[in-house]
Design a binder for this molecule. Structure first.
Ligand SMILES: C[S@@+](CC[C@H](N)C(=O)[O-])C[C@H]1O[C@@H](n2cnc3c(N)ncnc32)[C@H](O)[C@@H]1O
Ligand code: SF4
Ligand code: SF4
Length: 398
C-alpha cells in the first residue's frame, strides 16, 4: 500500500510494505522477506526463580511466583532445558534472558546455565532483570565474569520506591547501582514503573525523568499495567499534542546522540522499520516458537514469560493476528505497529479489549506525524545522516 505525504517540498509516497519513501508513484512493491535461520534463536527466556525477596504492590507476577508455589529452578530441570536446546540443532541464541521472580536468588543456577549452554551454543547476549537488592560475593563475581546486561528496577526517589517496593529497598538498590558505577560497569539500564501512587505523592513523570537524568544512568519509564484504581495511572495516555512534542524531542535526541534519553516508542518503531527494514508481521513477533522460547520454572515451554504459572492463555494466536481486527487489517502502518498481546488479553491495552474488540488507536496519526517530521528534517542531509547513523545506539533489544 502507498500512503501519500504532501509537503511544501514535494509529494512523497510511503510504501507500507518495505518502508521506503519516494517521490515517484513507482515506489516498487518489493516486500521484505522474512529470513530465518532455524539454527538461530532470537530470544530464550528462562524462569530460574519464581521466588522473590520483595512483594511489590503492582507486581504482575503475583510477587514473583506467577500464582504458583515459590521455588527456585533446580539442576534437573535446567539439565532438561540444556538437553532440549542442545539437541535441537540450535547453534546460536541471540538473547539469553535469565528471569524471575528475583533471578539473583538463584545465582548458582544462573552461572550453571551460562556455563553449560555455552559449551554447545553461542550466546550473543546474556541479560537479566533484577530488583537490585541481592548483592553478594557470588553475584558480584558473576557480573564481573559474564558481563550480563542488567535491567534494574527502580521506581524513583526513596519515598515512592519504598512505598511501592517495600521499606529499605531503595537504599539497597542504590547500593547496587553505586557498586556498578565503582567498577565502571556500563552494561545496565534502569526500568522504572510509573503508577498513580507517584501522582498521589506529587511525582510527575517529568520529575522521575529528571531524577534519572541527574543520576546519569540509561533508563526507561513505563506506566504500570493494573486494574487497581490506586495504582493505574490517571490519564494513562499523554495528550496527542504532548506525544507529538515527545516525537520532536526524540528525533533531536537521536540526532544529538543523547543516547541515555528515553525516546518515543512511535519514533522507535518507525525508525526500526525504515532504517533496519524490520517488519512487525504480528502484534508481537516474539510470540513465535521458531525464534523465541520461554521456559517456566518447572521447565514447561510457554510463548511468553507473561503466560507463566497461572497466567497461561489459549487466546494468544487470535489476539496476535492483526488481520483479526478490521481496522488493523487495512491499516497503512500495521507493519510498524508493535503491541503487547498479554496486555490485550489481560485487559490493559487501550487499543484492543480483553473481549477482543477494537477500542481506539491514535498510532496512525502519530506515525504519520513522525514521517512528516522525518521528511522535513531530511531536507538537511547532515541531520538526516546523523539520524540514520546514530539510531543504532538507541536500539535496546536487537
Ligand atoms: C516481574 S519483575 C522480575 C524481575 C525483578 N524481580 C524486578 O523486579 O526487577 C520484571 C519487571 O516487571 C516490572 N513490573 C512488575 N509488575 C508490573 C506491572 N504491573 N506493570 C508494569 N511493570 C511491572 C517490574 O518493575 C520489573 O521491572
Ligand atoms: S521484585 Fe520483581 S518479581 Fe519481586 S515482587 Fe517486585 S516486581 Fe515482582
Ligand atoms: S490500527 Fe493501530 S493497532 Fe491496528 S495495526 Fe494500525 S496502528 Fe496498529
Amino acid at each position: 500500500m502507498l500512503k501519500e505525504f504532501i509537503t511544501e517540498y514535494n509529494t512523497y509516497y510511503f510504501n507500507s510494505n518495505n518502508f521506503t519513501l519516494s517521490t515517484s508513484l513507482d515506489n516498487s512493491n518489493n516486500d521484505i522477506g522474512k529470513e530465518h535461520d532455524n539454527n538461530i534463536l532470537r530470544k530464550v527466556v528462562i524462569n530460574i526463580s519464581n521466588s522473590c525477596n520483595l512483594s511489590c504492590a503492582y507486581c504482575y507476577a503475583d510477587g514473583g511466583n506467577y500464582g504458583m508455589t515459590s521455588q527456585l529452578m533446580d539442576i534437573t530441570t535446567a539439565d532438561k532445558i540444556i538437553e532440549q536446546l542442545s539437541t535441537s540443532g540450535v547453534r546460536c541464541i541471540k538473547r539469553l534472558i535469565l528471569f524471575g521472580g528475583e533471578p539473583f536468588l538463584n545465582i548458582d543456577l544462573f552461572v550453571y546455565l551460562i556455563e553449560e549452554l555455552s559449551k554447545n551454543i553461542e550466546l550473543n547476549k546474556i541479560e537479566t532483570v533484577t530488583n537490585g537488592t541481592v548483592l553478594n560475593k557470588k553475584v558480584k563475581e558473576t557480573i564481573e565474569r559474564y558481563h550480563p546486561f542488567l535491567t534494574i528496577s527502580l521506581d524513583g526517589p526513596q519515598l515512592i520506591h519504598d512505598r511501592l517496593r517495600g521499606k529499605g529497598s531503595h537504599r539497597r538498590t542504590l547500593k547496587f547501582i553505586e557498586y556498578l558505577k565503582e567498577i565502571n560497569y556500563e552494561n545496565f539500564e534502569i526500568a522504572s514503573t510509573y503508577t498513580r501512587m507517584h501522582q498521589k505523592y506529587g511525582f510527575q513523570k517529568e520529575d522521575i525523568y529528571d531524577y534519572f537524568t541527574q543520576m546519569d544512568v540509561r533508563f526507561n519509564i513505563n506506566n504500570v499495567f493494573s486494574k487497581n484504581k490506586i495504582l493505574a495511572v490517571k490519564e494513562m495516555e499523554m495528550s496527542e499534542e504532548k506525544r507529538k512534542l515527545f516525537i520532536n524531542q526524540s528525533l533531536e535526541d537521536i540526532i544529538n546522540n543523547n543516547d541515555k534519553n528515553y525516546i518515543s516508542p512511535i519514533v522507535y518503531d518507525v525508525l526500526l522499520s525504515m532504517i533496519f527494514k524490520s517488519k512487525a508481521e504480528s502484534f508481537c513477533d516474539d510470540i513465535d516458537p521458531e525464534t523465541t522460547i520461554t521456559f517456566d520454572v518447572d521447565g514447561t515451554v510457554k510463548s511468553c514469560f507473561r503466560f507463566w504459572g497461572t497466567h497461561n492463555s489459549d487466546k494468544v494466536s487470535h489476539f496476535n493476528n492483526k488481520d483479526n481486527f478490521t481496522k488493523c487489517k487495512d491499516c497503512w502502518c500495521k507493519g510498524m505497529c508493535v503491541e503487547c498481546v498479554a496486555n490485550m488479553i489481560d485487559g490493559y491495552s487501550p487499543i484492543i479489549s480483553e473481549e477482543g474488540q477494537f477500542i481506539d488507536c491514535r498510532k496512525q496519526i502519530l506515525m504519520e506525524y513522525c514521517i512528516y517530521k522525518i521528511i522535513e528534517l531530511s531536507q538537511d542531509k547532515e541531520r538526516l545522516s546523523k539520524l540514520v547513523n546514530n539510531f543504532e545506539r538507541f536500539i535496546r533489544y536487537a
